[in-house]
Design a protein around this ligand. Structure first.
Ligand SMILES: Nc1ncnc2c1ncn2[C@@H]1O[C@H](COP(=O)(O)OP(=O)(O)OP(=O)(O)O)[C@@H](O)[C@H]1O
Ligand SMILES: [Mg+2]
Length: 365
C-alpha cells in the first residue's frame, strides 16, 4: 500500500441500512475514529426498519457523525488520501444519503472516491487491528488472516461462505436459499415476544437457559454449502405454539408471554441449531478447500456462542480464526475504510456518477 504513515488514510462512510457511520482508518488496519449513530431504538417501535424513516435519519445524523469523527481522531483533511463509501447492497434511499455525502466531500476536497461493497466491508473487518484471533487470547501477537481462507458472513440480509485465495477475490461456496441468519434471529425473537433486533435478545435469553431439552431441526442441504433457515422458522412457530398451549396461554394474545424459563429454553434450542449448521459447514469448507485461516463477519458474528464455537473448532484443527469484536461485526464505517484501502491500492476509483446498487452481489460461483 502507498501513501503516508502505514498506508493511506481513508475517510469512510457507511449508511446502507440503519446505522449512520463515519470512520477514519489508516492503512486498512488502524482505526483513528469510528463513530456509529444507530437507529435501532427508533425502529424498535415499528418492530423493523421503515426505509423512508431510515433515509431521513441518515440525513439528520450524517453531519454530526462526521464532526464527531473529526473530534475523535485529531486529524485534518490534509491527512486524508481518499473517501470510501458503501454503494451497495442495502436500502436505496439510505445508500444514496451516504453516497451523495461522500461524493460532495471527495469533490470539494479533491480526494479520490472509492466505492465499497458493504459485504466486502464485513469481510475486511477481520483486518482491523482490534480484531481477535485465537492466538491473541494465548498472548501471542495479533494474527492477520492468511490466504487461502474461508469467510463466513452472517448478517441481517446475507448469509454466505466464500473462498478467498487473495485480496479482493471471492469464490462463492454457498449461500442462504431463503432467509439470512440474522433475519431468522429477528423473526424468532418476535415469535418469542422479545425486543427488536432479535439476535442480541435471543443470545441473552439463551444464556439463562436451565433446561436444554428441546431440539430444533437443522437444514443440512445435503453436502452443499448452501443454507436454509425458513424451515427452522416454521418449526419455531410450531414449537412456540405448543409451548403456549402447554402454559395455557391464548394463541391470539401476544401480550400473554411465555414464562422466562420457557423463553430461555426455546432461545437456546434455536440458537444451537443455527450455530451448529454455520460452524459445521464453515469447518468442512475450510478443510475441503485447504484453507489456512477462517474469517467471520456480519452482525450475527456478534453472537458469543457462534464466535466461541467457531474459534474453538478451528483451533482444534490448528486453523487461525479471526473474529472482529462485536462492535466491528455490526455495521460500521471502519470496515468500509478497511476494504476501501485494499480497493484504493488495487487502483479502484469511482466517478461522481457512482450510484446506489441495492442488490450488489459480492461473490459468484
Ligand atoms: N449477538 C447477536 N446474536 C445474533 N444475532 C445478532 C447479534 N447481534 C446482532 N445480530 C443480528 O445481526 C443483524 C444485523 O447485522 P448487520 O448490521 O450486519 O445487518 P445488516 O447490515 O442489516 O444486513 P447486511 O449486512 O446483510 O446488509 C440483525 O439481524 C441482528 O439480529
Ligand atoms: Mg451489515
Amino acid at each position: 500500500m502507498s501513501g503516508g504513515r502505514n498506508g493511506p488514510l481513508l475517510l469512510a462512510v457507511e449508511s446502507s441500512c440503519d446505522e449512520t457511520s463515519i470512520a477514519l482508518v489508516e492503512g486498512g488496519r488502524r482505526i483513528h475514529a469510528n463513530v456509529v449513530a444507530s437507529q435501532v431504538a427508533m425502529h424498535a417501535a415499528a418492530g423493523g426498519i421503515v426505509p423512508e424513516v431510515a433515509a431521513r435519519a441518515h440525513l439528520r445524523w450524517i453531519v454530526p457523525v462526521l464532526e464527531e469523527a473529526w473530534s475523535e481522531a485529531a486529524l485534518e483533511w490534509s491527512d486524508v488520501d481518499g473517501v470510501a463509501v458503501t454503494y451497495g447492497p442495502g436500502l436505496a434511499g439510505s445508500l444514496l444519503v451516504g453516497i451523495n455525502f461522500a461524493k460532495a466531500l471527495a469533490y470539494v476536497r479533491g480526494k479520490p472516491l472509492i466505492g465499497v461493497n458493504h459485504l466486502e466491508g464485513h469481510v475486511y473487518a477481520a483486518w482491523l487491528s482490534a480484531s481477535e484471533s485465537a492466538a491473541d487470547r494465548d498472548g501471542s501477537a495479533h494474527e492477520e488472516p492468511v490466504f487461502p481462507l474461508v469467510a463466513l458472513v452472517v448478517s441481517g440480509g446475507h448469509t454466505f461462505l466464500a473462498e478467498m485465495r487473495d485480496h479482493l477475490t471471492y469464490r462463492l461456496l454457498g449461500q442462504t436459499v431463503d432467509d439470512a441468519a440474522g433475519e431468522a434471529f429477528d423473526k424468532v425473537g418476535r415469535l418469542l415476544g422479545l425486543g427488536y433486533p432479535g439476535g442480541p435478545e435471543i443470545m441473552r435469553a439463551a444464556a439463562g437457559a436451565t433446561r436444554r431439552d428441546i431440539v430444533f431441526p437443522r437444514a443440512w442441504m445435503g453436502t452443499s454449502y448452501d443454507f436454509s433457515f425458513s424451515g427452522l422458522k416454521t418449526a419455531a412457530r410450531r414449537i412456540v405454539d405448543a409451548a403456549r398451549a402447554d402454559e395455557g396461554l391464548p394463541a391470539d394474545d401476544p401480550k400473554a408471554r411465555l414464562s422466562r424459563e420457557t423463553i430461555a429454553e426455546l432461545a437456546y434450542g434455536f440458537q444451537e441449531s443455527v450455530v451448529d449448521v454455520l460452524v459445521t459447514k464453515t469447518i468442512r469448507a475450510a478443510e475441503e478447500t485447504s484453507a489456512r485461516s477462517i474469517v467471520l463477519g456480519g452482525g450475527v458474528a456478534a453472537n458469543r456462542v457462534l464466535r466461541e464455537r467457531l474459534v474453538g473448532e478451528a483451533q482444534a484443527r490448528g486453523l487461525p480464526c479471526i473474529v472482529p469484536p462485536p462492535a466491528l461485526c455490526t455495521d460500521n464505517g471502519a470496515m468500509i475504510g478497511a476494504a476501501g484501502a485494499w480497493r484504493l491500492a488495487a487502483g479502484d476509483r469511482a466517478g461522481l456518477d457512482l450510484d446506489a446498487r441495492p442488490s450488489l452481489p459480492l461473490a459468484t460461483r
